[in-house]
Design a protein around this ligand. Structure first.
Ligand SMILES: [Zn+2]
Length: 135
């Protein structure tokens, strides 16, 4: 069984994204994506709905801290594209299951977010193509 710490589930996910900083738009969007995807996964796997369980909440905190410290910032590829190379081994596996599960569902549950993510990924493709030509 998954180790869910119930007392953590009361923590509002909004607390962690309230900071008004001049973050690049893509980082902000990716954070919202992370939250939304974790909620989809947690709802369908762990039975939580408005908040995520302890384990998923921790992944969200971790994922968002990785985003904040992402060395690419506004040039950041979407995390799937990046290969989650900045995640530690333990979180990487879990993040992969969450994002692989929730990714395709984003288009139906959060079409606007999904669309932006899709556009970001598309833009990354072009950037990566250009970069790989230069190298
Ligand atoms: Zn969960």
């Amino acid at each position: 069984m998954v180790n869910t710490e119930k007392h953590d589930c009361k923590l509002s996910r909004h607390n962690s994204i309230k900071k008004a900083t001049a973050e690049p738009k893509i980082i902000q969007r990716e954070k919202t994506m992370v939250d939304a995807m974790i909620l989809i996964y947690c709802k369908n796997h762990h039975g939580y709905s408005d908040v995520s369980c302890g384990k998923c909440f921790e992944l969200g905190v971790y994922a968002k801290s990785r985003l904040e410290n992402c060395r690419y910032q506004e040039k950041k590829p979407v995390c799937g594209r990046c290969g989650l190379t900045c995640y530690n081994v333990q979180n990487k596996d879990y993040a992969e299951s969450v994002f692989n599960y929730a990714g395709p569902r984003m288009m139906f549950q959060h079409p606007m977010l999904g669309l932006h993510h899709f556009l970001d990924a598309f833009r990354n493709n072009n950037q990566l193509k250009k970069q790989s030509k230069k190298v």
